[in-house]
Design a protein around this ligand. Structure first.
Ligand code: AMP
Ligand code: TRP
Length: 330
């Protein structure tokens, strides 16, 4: 059952090509949540600059993320879609929250530890303070639910802590947001099913939303299947492909049959792989068509983002005013 009547916030980093893991793990879920909830979705460019990046590429990536989100089905009539850096209250609240965040909490964050290893030559304070900005994103809108993958749950936990701490220091104001976990199995890499599908593994590990039918067919043809029969629930190449099919196809009887075949070790990949490729192509086709339509209308996309910014700002300004007053600031 999907939640209803909740305030929901989530963010997506403008990191270039979006893959099927991002779509199934995040965007698709957002398009479902927007129907019966008050949703705020932000392209979090201030988070993206905490690791080294190409300045010239950033505007394209932000625009690309907006196009992907809209093409995937976010509807500006049903949700507020905006660019984080266009609502200055995010960094203002982040500063205020900085002053109540225990340093030790930031230093023990798993993502911080991972990223300081990956970018050892470029560890900046933004990387450490990243979860505070995320808490500001969430708390500005009084979000009750935060749809994110499990890798972000620790940051939401910190948001809850900051909410409690703020309330105890300055008086009841924030409530504690919760993670909303969609029941989407992790989409694993096509070439190394022990790892989740991720851009950093390389293009042939991922199915991108922008991949043409030919590329999809090729990538699926090359995807690893099971060594020695497989057939179980544990993640393997074959299980990953079958899970993908089950997430994307609407043909229940066929899904059941393929699951049975798989369990019996009788799935014929020579037949299943082309079927899976066709299914993926069919799901991506309308998304790609919408994306092409929107790409041809940059003013329309800009208008959506400006309207999102204005709607977000109205709420963000009120929250910031309240918070400053509670903290004894003008
Ligand atoms: P990222 O670009 O890795 O920060 O991911 C953005 C969103 O997509 C997060 O909510 C992730 O949980 C989700 N996501 C990323 N990769 C996968 C994957 N391979 N399977 C399922 N969800 C994913
Ligand atoms: N850190 C999140 C990610 O990398 C993106 C994000 C930023 C976010 N602010 C947020 C997600 C607020 C949920 C709520 O995926």
């Amino acid at each position: 059952m999907l939640p209803q009547g909740k305030i929901i916030f989530s963010g997506i980093q403008p990191s270039g090509d979006i893959h099927l893991g991002n779509y199934l793990g995040a965007l698709q879920n957002w398009t479902l949540l927007q129907n019966d909830n008050q949703c705020f979705f932000s392209i979090v460019d201030y988070h993206a600059i905490t690791i080294p990046y190409e300045v010239a590429e950033m505007p394209k990536k932000v625009q690309g993320a907006a196009l992907d989100a809209l093409a995937a089905g976010l509807d500006p009539e049903k949700c507020v879609l905006f660019i984080q850096s266009q609502v200055p209250e995010h960094t203002e609240l982040a500063w205020l929250l900085n002053t109540i965040t225990p340093l030790g909490e930031l230093e023990r964050m798993t993502q911080y530890k991972d990223k300081t290893q990956q970018h050892a030559a470029a560890i900046n304070a933004g990387l450490l303070n990243y979860p505070i900005l995320m808490a500001a994103d969430i708390l500005l809108y009084h979000a009750e639910l935060v749809p994110v993958g499990e890798d972000q749950a620790q940051h939401v936990e910190l948001t809850r802590l900051l909410s409690r701490k703020f309330n105890s220091l300055f008086g009841e104001y924030f409530h504690e947001p919760k993670v909303y976990e969609a029941s989407v199995p992790r989409v694993m890499s096509l070439l190394d099913p022990s790892k989740k599908m991720s851009k950093s593994l390389g293009p042939n590990h991922c199915l991108n939303l922008s991949d043409s039918p030919e590329i999809i067919k090729k990538k699926i043809a090359k995807a690893v299947t099971d060594e020695g029969g497989g057939g179980g629930n544990e993640i393997s190449g074959g299980r990953n492909l079958l899970n993908l099919f089950k997430m994307l196809s609407t043909d229940k009887p066929l899904k059941q049959k393929l699951e049975q075949d798989y369990r019996a070790g009788e799935l014929k990949y020579s037949e299943f792989k082309p079927l899976l490729a066709e299914t993926i192509i069919k799901v991506l086709e309308p998304i790609q068509t919408r994306r092409a339509e929107l790409t041809a209308k940059p003013q329309k996309v800009n208008k959506i983002l400006m309207s999102g910014r204005d709607r977000a700002r109205l709420i963000a300004q009120k929250t910031l005013q309240d918070v400053k007053a509670k903290m004894g600031l003008a």
